[in-house]
Design a protein around this ligand. Structure first.
Ligand SMILES: *Cc1c(COP(=O)(O)O)cnc(C)c1O
Length: 354
């Protein structure tokens, strides 16, 4: 195998996708699997597909393009960029939107390409990232349905993100009521009412999801087996789908404090060191270009990550029960943020463990 490697456990990932699908199915909620954290890696997309997922979403149109071969509905998650409307219409069946001027551009592009493009109107319920404010939702919907190239496929909201606002019966009922009001005012049926991301799982397990909510966009819950509002494990799901494996390239006993006159490190920071005497230090070949070390947890709990530069990560292995040697592989559990950057780094090999 080649290193550093991001290893995906196929069986565990499939278990998670099936587990969440069963959980959501039972509440009449369909899953749109979010692939941005794995850059829509085709092998991972195929695993999700074989678990029965038929809707995929990504924040980047480039990743939707990678999924062009997948026989499933594809959504663009990030609010559409005006400069990208043509690609969006080409590669996304549905896009998330909050700006009428952009939706109008999408409509024009769809007409040019002889397609009908689905619009999911985002409503801001207080998290203050994307979406029109509640009081403007119905008016905006009325304007959207006048446009010939687009179909108002539904509405949605995003919480737990910028503002860290938790989905509740109160705020999701507001979304549900807005959907009902749009349907009544516009005389249409909204196919999709999307009640958020992995932070909305507790509404399903607690059986308190308002009835009109029929979709969730799930990334972290599938990939990490937990919900993000209260960081609870999801029953039957696995937390340990992903592993980072990196190889030791140097192993030496050295002092704990650098020797000489102190300046700045490679990143313009003034590092602080604690005198701990001689230590056994291992360098593994993986660095800030691939991942930030604060987001990694070594499997070997006796290892401490001291820091990293662009291409090197320095470990204190003094207290480990394992006798490491140069060439040995050290394993780490990545966080959500770490998975995102490891997936993005072209220097990290992507392996599927079958
Ligand atoms: C990233 C994202 C999601 C998925 O979030 P998770 O916490 O990974 O489930 C859903 N919706 C939007 C708009 C997103 O940007």
């Amino acid at each position: 195998m080649k290193y550093p490697a991001l290893v995906t456990d196929k069986e565990k990932l499939e278990t998670n996708a099936r587990c969440l699908k069963d959980l959501c199915d039972a509440s009449g909620v369909e899953i749109c699997a979010v692939t941005k954290c794995v850059c829509a890696n085709p092998e991972i997309v195929d695993i999700l597909y074989s678990a029965g997922i038929r809707k995929f979403a990504d924040a980047r149109v480039q990743n939707l393009k990678k999924m062009a071969y997948v026989d499933a509905e594809k959504w663009l998650l990030r609010i559409s960029m005006p400069s990208e409307v043509e690609e969006i219409v080409r590669y996304a069946d549905i896009s998330l939107n909050s700006e009428l001027s952009t939706i109008s551009l999408l409509s024009d592009a769809a007409l040019r390409l002889g397609k009908k493009h689905g619009v999911l109107l985002m409503i801001d319920l207080g998290d203050l990232r994307e979406g029109v404010l509640c009081e403007n939702a119905v008016n905006t919907a009325e304007e959207i349905i006048k446009l010939k190239g687009v179909e108002l496929a539904g509405i949605g909201t995003n919480l737990n993100c910028f503002g860290g606002i938790i989905p509740t019966v109160e705020n999701l009922t507001r979304l549900s009521n807005i959907a009902a009001e749009i349907e009544k005012k516009c005389g249409i049926t909204l196919r999709i009412v999307s009640g958020g991301n992995s932070g909305s799982i507790h509404m399903i397990t607690g059986k308190i999801m308002p009835e009109k909510i029929n979709n969730l966009r799930l990334g972290e819950a599938i990939l990490f087996g937990w919900e993000t509002s209260y960081q609870q494990n999801i029953e039957g799901a696995k937390r340990d789908v992903f592993t980072l494996e990196a190889q030791i390239i140097e192993l030496k006993e050295k002092p704990s404090v650098p020797i000489g006159e102190f300046g700045l490190n490679a990143f313009g920071e003034k590092p602080i060191f604690v005198e701990r005497g001689q230590m056994l230090r291992a360098i593994v070949a993986c660095g800030r270009q691939d991942v930030s070390y604060e987001q990694l947890k070594p499997f070997d709990e006796k290892i401490e990550i001291l820091g990293s530069s662009s291409d090197h990560m320095i470990l204190d292995v003094t207290h480990s029960a394992t006798k490491y040697r140069v060439g040995d592989i050290v394993k780490f559990r990545p966080s959500y943020g770490a998975l995102l950057s490891l997936s993005t780094s072209e220097y990290v090999y992507k392996e599927i463990m079958r």
